[in-house]
Design a protein around this ligand. Structure first.
Ligand SMILES: Nc1ncnc2c1ncn2[C@@H]1O[C@H](COP(=O)(O)OP(=O)(O)O)[C@@H](O)[C@H]1O
Ligand SMILES: [Mg+2]
Length: 342
């Protein structure tokens, strides 16, 4: 059940540790992000746009002549766990700026009715801190939402899109949106975001490199039997899955008996970690499916019972006067008979 307000969140303890607006000092660099060649080229081009924009508009003074429409807006589109978030962090790192992360879904549920104000605040903070503004998981904000059934929510969503476009127009920094759905962006938004970078699932070569960057080159104790090439070839998964598998493997290795300095992460730990991640994903998919099916059924039930109720009401509405009329006719006939007989 979505938690709708800050108090409820506080009471349920949800949202602890993930704030809707969070400035981050970037640590990861572009070397930590392993991308297929086409994606890497697109990211490099995006960076060239940022650095040459700085040269043209700041050093060459063109910003004074052309004060609006200077924001550089990028959309990183791709499936979960393909490195959109760490790439945004690495870009901020390259530019020597902080990354201001806006977790849009959190922001929206935490500040129901105040979302547009919060969006304005995010741009203001980014301006003050000269930070790279990053709308993580921005599908909701960027997509067409006139389909929303709830009128108030639909109005707010439309307001958010127009506020966002206004803010983008007035902003002169770098804004990155991360979306999981490449399609279905609001057309006005689509026009404003000129550079779309597509994040693809990694191929075997990238996967092997991702396995490698997930461990520390010096401190992580890997056993001699570890074969990242084999893991990469066997499991066609995302970078996020590889990360989770490595963490599970490390936990399992650390939990084994014996002195710490003898502990090693073995291939079997990594394989088991990956098996767990894959199993967990299957469970997630299953429950998502069940949930959807359940919702489907629920909605059908609701609409069925609604129509049943409506029909009953309609019947009640039309039958009641009829019954009343019938009854009075009966009484009148009885009265007539009595009158005639007497
Ligand atoms: N392309 C990649 N290169 C290196 N690590 C990756 C890559 N993709 C994902 N990861 C790992 O998975 C984690 C989650 O990735 P993230 O950037 O949050 O994905 P997304 O934002 O696309 O859902 C990262 O912290 C990183 O450890
Ligand atoms: Mg992410």
């Amino acid at each position: 059940m979505p938690v709708q307000n800050p108090l409820a969140r506080l009471l349920t303890g949800l949202g602890v540790g993930s704030r809707p607006l969070e400035p981050i000092v970037p640590r990861r660099t572009l070397d930590d992000v392993i991308l297929p060649p086409a994606t890497r080229r697109a990211v490099d081009l995006a960076l060239v746009q940022v650095t040459s924009r700085d040269l043209i508009f700041r050093q060459w003074g063109l910003a004074e002549r052309h004060p609006t429409g200077l924001a550089l807006a990028f959309n990183f589109a791709g499936p979960p766990g393909t490195g959109k978030t760490i790439c945004a962090e690495a870009i901020a790192h390259t530019l020597g700026r902080r990354l201001l992360v806006v977790r849009y879904a959190e922001l929206e549920s935490m500040w129901m009715g105040e979302t547009p104000k919060q969006v304005v605040a995010a741009f203001r903070t980014a301006r003050e801190e000269q930070a790279v503004l990053f709308f993580d998981e921005a599908d909701a904000v960027a997509s067409r939402r006139s389909t929303l059934l709830d009128q108030a929510a639909a109005r707010e969503a439309n307001t958010v899109v127009s506020v966002l476009l206004q803010e983008l127009e007035a902003f002169d920094g770098v804004v990155i949106f991360a979306t999981n759905l490449a399609t279905n962006l609001d057309p006005a938004f689509e026009r404003r975001v000129r550079t779309h970078v597509r994040f693809e699932q990694p191929g075997p070569v990238e996967r092997e490199a991702i396995w490698r960057v997930q461990v520390h080159p010096r401190f992580t104790p890997l056993a001699a039997d570890v074969d990242f090439g084999a893991l990469a070839a066997r499991h066609a998964v995302s970078g996020g899955d590889i990360r989770n598998a490595v963490l599970k493997a490390a936990l399992a290795a650390a939990a084994e008996p014996g002195p710490d300095d003898r502990k090693r992460i073995h291939q079997r730990h990594l394989e088991a970690g990956m098996a767990e991640v894959i199993a967990a994903k299957a469970v997630m998919r299953q429950s998502l499916f069940d949930d959807e099916a359940g919702h489907g059924r629920g909605a059908a039930d609701r609409s069925l019972s609604t129509s049943g109720w409506l029909a009953a009401a309609a019947l009640r509405g039309s039958l009641a006067p009829l019954a009343l009329a019938g009854l009075s006719l009966l009484v009148a006939t009885a009265a007539l008979v009595v009158a005639l007989l007497c």
